[in-house]
Design a protein around this ligand. Structure first.
Ligand code: CUA
Length: 494
């Protein structure tokens, strides 16, 4: 079909197969559409009432005829079904040696980001002869990522990842479209996919461009080049050396995640080693394969699925992280797993997956081990009365505050021993606190209230401003309960 203007070029391993199926459908349709009208016309003329034909003994049924018009269409549709299903499964199952590229759709452009941190707008550069998987999400509405020359199209949805893979077979520039109506400028939401030779691709990948920094900002002119990963082969999957994963690790530390997720185990949160690509067991007894969507949900809405043996104490990061940052964290989590680079779709999901995970994963990492992880939540019971704690406080509210303090995960960072990521709150009330700018302040009710609602306003000396802002997440009454709880922990001089 070379040069036939109705068909785009065939530039991926799928293109030929898809076209063949398409031509088969077209041929079958043409056969019926082309032959049936003539049969109808013939019968109209032949049996017109003006024609003298034998009309005696009209046939009421003919088994051979009925079988014929049942079996032939059945066979034809079954051929289409199995052929289509075969292609579909192939297109949904990426090979193991796949390069991951992250794609974010938004009104009205496409952002792509490669494992080494290099970022593109409305462009995608890929190497020839290498399978590439796109891990895609949307920042706003539903878009659809469509490369006609590759014969691939996949909806891109907000709030979850969808994936798509292909292997380009021809060097060149190809159209990229959004194929789902997404607002005013839908028609111009597109760009170019450039297929390059391996050598050119390597050179392109390491040329300065735009990168996303861990804080979510975009910087031009410098690409994080990891010298360990530069080789003649394109990088396969993500590894700990990928700058994108490194950016994720940096974010992981600066957000304070590392305070609870201790990779050696024993933290308030599970270790994240060999989590990705393995089955996880949850508190409700269910299991699920830890794929991209699971990791994303666990970051943004951590309470949705709680790993067995742990408490739902992690703050929800919904609305606090950009999609770029979630992608970096995901790349980091994947880099911690020996299955990080492989497609989760090819990993068996239930039963078998769990056993093989336990067999191959280093000790202390697979799901069953989580049950044995120690969980030592200090039982912070408030003082029974107003008198014993020092300053007067409302014991009722303080008890509720204590519960909230645990549920929200505050307890993970504000540890009594003072070794947590946040300061200990014992005896803080009415004490003099030194802030990071060197000034001092008396920790009265107003100060405690502000520190909960807008934690970054006044940061205690020697601590980082990593506490989530709870302003919009807590009701006034809840903030009051927390304040009373802090007061119950004792005040200065007591
Ligand atoms: Cu995005 Cu149409």
């Amino acid at each position: 079909m070379q040069g036939f203007p109705f068909f785009p070029e065939q530039a991926s391993t799928f293109a030929g197969q898809i076209d063949l199926l398409y031509f088969f459908l077209l041929a079958v349709s043409l056969l019926f559409a082309g032959v049936l009208p003539f049969v109808i016309l013939y019968l109209i003329v032949r049996y017109h009432r003006s024609q003298k034909v034998d009309r005696s003994n009209p046939m009421s049924s003919d088994l051979r005829l009925e079988l014929t018009w049942t079996i032939i269409p059945l066979l034809l549709t079954m051929v289409v079904f199995f052929w289509g299903a075969f292609l579909y499964i192939q297109m949904r199952t990426p090979p193991k040696d796949v390069i991951d590229v992250y794609v974010i759709g938004k009104q009205w452009m496409w952002h792509t980001q490669h494992a080494n941190g290099k970022r593109e707008n409305n462009e995608l550069h890929v190497p020839i002869g290498q399978s590439v998987r796109l891990i895609m999400t949307s920042q706003d509405v539903i878009h659809s990522f469509y490369i006609p020359a590759f014969r691939v199209k996949q909806d891109v949805l907000p709030g979850r990842y969808t994936t798509l893979w292909f292997e380009a077979t021809k060097v060149g520039d190809y159209h990229l479209f959004c194929a789902e109506y997404c607002g005013t400028d839908h028609a111009v939401m597109g760009g170019t996919v450039t297929v390059m030779s391996l050598k050119d691709y390597q050179a392109w990948l390491t040329t300065p461009g735009q990168v996303i920094m861990p804080d979510g900002s975009v910087q031009a002119g410098q690409v994080l080049v990891n010298t360990n990963s530069v080789s003649s082969e394109p990088q396969v999957g993500s590894s700990l050396g990928d700058p994108m994963a490194l950016a994720g690790e940096q974010l992981f530390t600066s957000l304070g995640c590392s305070g609870c997720h201790i990779m050696a185990g024993g933290g308030l949160g599970p270790s994240l080693k060999n989590v990705f690509g393995y089955d996880q067991q949850f508190t409700d007894g269910s299991t699920m394969l830890a794929d991209e969507n699971y990791v994303r949900e666990s970051i943004l809405n951590s309470a949705a699925k709680v790993v067995q043996g742990y408490q739902p104490v992690m703050p929800a990061y919904q609305g606090q992280l950009s999609d770029d940052q979630v992608n970096q964290l995901l790349a980091y989590v994947k880099s911690l797993s020996n299955r990080g680079g492989t497609a989760p779709a090819t990993v068996p999901t239930v039963g078998a997956g769990a056993t093989s995970a336990a067999a191959t994963a280093p000790a202390g990492t697979s799901a069953p081990v989580a049950t044995s992880a120690p969980l030592a939540l200090p039982t912070a019971t408030p003082a029974s009365g107003g008198a014993s704690g020092g300053g007067p406080f409302n014991a009722d509210l303080a008890a509720k505050g204590s519960q909230l303090f645990t549920n929200l995960g505050c307890i993970g960072c504000h540890q009594d021993t003072g070794v947590g990521l946040g300061p200990s709150l014992k005896g803080v009330y009415n004490s003099t606190v030194t802030l990071s700018d060197g000034s001092t302040i008396t920790a009265d009710e107003a100060y405690i209230h502000e520190s909960i609602v807008n934690s970054t306003a006044k940061v205690v000396k020697d601590y980082n401003p990593i506490m989530p802002v709870y302003g919009s997440q807590l009701k006034d009454a809840e903030v009051q309960q927390l304040v009373e709880y802090v007061k119950s922990l004792g005040s200065a001089g007591n």
